[in-house]
Design a protein around this ligand. Structure first.
Ligand SMILES: [Zn+2]
Length: 276
């Protein structure tokens, strides 16, 4: 998520102000096993995500009018969720193809709203490659990465509140400095993004979920090669994600760990997406 999506992200963060009173509690993620501090409930994640959907669709140039591809995105996403551990998360996943043909991007809102641009889907040959990217985004949702970072942002927000109160006193000798701090902290809120650890976990979960759904995970290696071949220009998924060359090696390792004797021949690359 970069500049073009910042207005929607800002709206999302403003929505968080309503949750200021919540105290983060430590929970163990049932699917990843990771201990996390999260002050939002899964229901609140779904609500916040849904509120941002119209803005995301607008920023992505609307929904893509190609019904064949739109259906393919929904069907492949639904197949991965229905046949993998992602289903146990209980999130109401929705998959949407955005009409943007210039910006190569895919992203997930908290709670299960997942988007992919036409520019990215047009690079894919088959459903398994599509499942790789959707599986990665499903991994961000199941890993509750946004919720985790929002909890951190709320911590900053509380701090902003405290500094804000102090600076409202006209006799405060440090008023100017406090207001500068306030502005700086406010600016940090829109920089909310996934960490490298989040990305690694999303790749591991993506390999897992797509494999459980019967898609050949080698397709994710192919996606990394496609991204590498594109270079950096206009590729938002590039800028917000680690170098695909490094990811490719880790993904290969993950596949080898899962299938030491090689990926079974029964696993599918799915239908050809370029068929007309
Ligand atoms: Zn990611």
């Amino acid at each position: 998520m970069r500049s073009r999506f910042l207005p929607a992200l800002t709206a999302l963060l403003l929505g968080l102000a309503a949750h200021l009173a919540c105290v983060p509690t430590q929970t163990e993620n049932a699917i990843t096993g990771k201990r996390q501090f999260i002050s939002l409930t899964p229901e609140e994640e779904v609500k916040l995500g849904r509120e941002a959907v119209p803005d995301m669709i607008k920023q992505g140039g609307g929904l893509d009018p190609d019904q064949r591809l739109q259906s393919a995105v929904q069907a492949v996403g639904a197949r991965v969720v229905a046949n993998s551990a992602a289903k146990l998360s209980g999130y109401p996943f929705e998959f949407r193809l955005l009409a943007d043909r210039k910006v190569i991007n895919a992203f997930a809102l908290p709670g299960g709203e997942i988007f992919i641009t036409r520019a990215l889907v047009d690079r894919f040959e088959n459903e398994a490659q599509l499942a790789s990217v959707l599986g990665h985004e499903i991994g961000h949702v199941v890993g509750r990465h946004s919720a985790e970072h929002m909890t951190e942002a709320m911590g900053i927000n509380v701090l902003v509140g405290i500094i804000g109160v102090a600076s409202s006193n006209p006799n405060d000798p440090d008023r100017g400095q406090r207001n500068a701090n306030l502005a700086a902290l406010g600016g940090n809120l829109v920089n909310l993004k996934f960490t490298r650890d989040d990305e690694s976990q999303a790749d591991v979960l993506g390999v897992r979920f797509m494999s459980e759904a019967g898609f050949n995970p080698n397709a994710m290696v192919e996606v990394m090669q496609i991204l590498e071949s594109l270079g950096g220009g206009g590729v938002e998924w590039f800028q917000s994600h680690p170098n695909p060359e490094n990811r490719e090696q880790k993904i290969r390792g993950e596949i080898a760990k899962r299938y030491p004797a090689g990926v079974p021949a029964s696993m599918t690359m799915g239908a050809n997406l370029r068929r007309r």
